[in-house]
Each structure stands twice: as structure tokens, then as C-alpha cells.
Design a binder for this molecule. Sequence first.
Ligand code: HEC
Length: 344
Amino acid sequence: MYRINLLTSLVLLTATGAPLAQESAADLIARRSPVIEKDLSRSINTIERAVIPASSLRVLAKELQLPIAELAAIEFYRANLSKTGGSQYDALIAYAPIKQISATGRLVLTMKGAKIDRFTLWGNDDIDVDPTMHWGAFLSHLSSTVRGHQKRPDGESVALQPSQRKLAAAILRQRRAMANNRQFTTAMRTLMRNDQLPQAAWFGRLVKGMDHLSATASELRPVLTEEAMEPFQKHAKAAAAAYRNMHEAVNKKDLPAVKLAYSALRKTCSACHNTAAATDSENTLFDTFAPHYQKLAPRTLRMAVGDDVVPALGDQETVVSQATATALRAIIACQRHVPAASRR
Ligand code: HEC
């Protein structure tokens, strides 16, 4: 049985403030709780609906430049949860419909304070079964993007000089290529353990990313020093070649050849990351870029595909990836305005 707070009753408002439909908080909780429990694999001990005041929603809609109805459609709950056989903990649950997936498409996540805890996406065969792990890898990319952003200092971005702007764009593009690489290796960890093949459709973006990185390496100057330029381009080309070889092996369903190409790829990752930034420097390329990224990257969490996030590996149209990223951005911004739990 769920312990339900019956005092809050819910009125859904349209943008003009007129009642659209009415469902009591108790009814909504009764309808959602089993879904949420299943989606999060957590049991709900207590749950209470938390409604953001309409005045805050209006401010948030303006700040996020999103329709108010889209924000009002996100449901927040304060809950006490437990893992099977585990201890209890308090969490904020956010349930956001993602209609780009299907009529029941949804993102369900829990937060402990401002920290993302569980994070799941549901609503069609590809996503629910996720046999090649590309949605799982995408969700972990999204939550690490949020975590990375939360570590950066707040405040206005400094206006960039034209020369800095070019470097900033190149660094951001390199980050996107790395985010694709990371999604791929995240998915591959599970796939290789189970002797499963990745999808052939993934490789176009991966090959292009590494080819492009080697062709435009000069735009990363001066962070990428003249000394490091040659090894950098060599490793980027080797990574693109390993992706090409793997693509070919996937087409032939040749698992041993896929494994071979994958291990060649992993060598290029560490070879490039560990390249010395310069002969007289102890810093690797991996460490050298981070402070520049912190300085030059936009301070706002944009969660825009092709900007600070990349789509799921198999999501060619990128519509679901963008809708999910937008919902996450909205949840992160709204979370600060969710009323505290009532005394129970
Ligand atoms: C051509 C060189 C090169 C290759 C090859 C390369 N990387 Fe990177 N990678 C970098 C550099 C440089 C950085 C630091 C960028 C920064 O901090 O903005 C980086 C950073 C990263 C990051 C951290 C980015 C972040 O958002 O914190 C990840 C993850 C990553 N690489 C994964 C990979 C994986 C996986 C591979 C192999 C499939 C790979 N990289 C291959 C150069 C490379």
C-alpha cells in the first residue's frame, strides 16, 4: 500500500490559467505509482505530489524558452523509496512524458538533492529492450553532461574574442566527438561481454567524427601544440581506421574481427589521451584541454544536440534524443522550484 497525501489536489492549467482537466493527486498517484515503481525498480514507501506554483512556471518558461504547457506536463513527486532488500531513502521523482517516443513514452528520474540518482527512458520496443545498449549509453552521457556542468562556476560567460570563438567551437566539437566515442565504448563493454555485435548504422557518425578531428586539428592551436600536432593527427586517423575496420567486420558478422578492431580502437584512445602536451610538459593532452574547456565553454546548460550533447548512437533522426535532453534540462531547472515535502 502507498501512503498517499490526500490534502494536495491537482488542477492542470492551460497557459491562460483555465482549468483543463482535473484529477486528484490521489488518483494520479494511484495511476502513476505502479509504473514508477517498475520503471525505477524501486519500491515506493510514501509518495506525495509536489506541484510547482503557476507563477514559478511562467518564470521558468521564459528562462528556458519552452512552452509553459511542456513544463506543466512534468510531474514531480516527493517520495521515500527503497531498493529490493536495501535501505530507504528520500528522493524527488520527476516523470516527463516524451511523446516523440510513443503515447506512453516517458523519462522517469529520481534526484537526491540536486544530484541525479536513477534515470530511465521508456516507451517503445527499441528503448525498452535496448539490446545494443545505445539508449543506456546515451542516458549516461546526458547525466554526465549535467554533472560536468554542475561542477563549473556559475555566472555570465565572458565575451569571447573572435580568435577565442574559433578555438571554443573547435574544443566543443572535439568534446562531441569524445562523447560519441564514450557512448560507443560504454555500449561495447556490455556487448563484448555478451558476444553481441554493435549496430552497423552507428559507424557513419563515429568515423566522420574522428576523420574530422584529424582534418581540423589545426583549429585546436595553440592548446594543441605544434609538437603534439603530428601524434594527435596520427591517433585520430588510426581511430577512424579502427572504426572503419570494425564496421566492415560488423557487416560480415565476424565477431573475432570486431573484437580485434575494438582493441585497436581502445589503444588509440589511450595513446592520444596520454600524448604529452609538449616535450617539456608533464601534462597529457587529456589534462591540458580541461581548463580551457571550463573557461571557453558556455556557462548555461543548453542540452542541445550538436552543441553540448550528442544524440544516441542509433538515433539517426535525433528527435527522441533532443526531446529527452530538453526534458532533462527542464527538470534540472524546475527542481529548485518544487515545494518542500509537507509534514507527514
Ligand atoms: C586524436 C586524439 C584522441 C583520440 C584518438 C581519442 N581522444 Fe578522447 N580526448 C582527447 C582530448 C584532447 C581530450 C580532452 C578534451 C577536453 O577536455 O575538452 C579527450 C577527452 C575525452 C573524454 C572526456 C570528455 C569529457 O567530456 O569530459 C572522453 C570520455 C574521451 N576523450 C573518450 C575517448 C574514447 C573512448 C576514445 C577512443 C574510442 C578517445 N577518446 C579517443 C583526444 C582523443
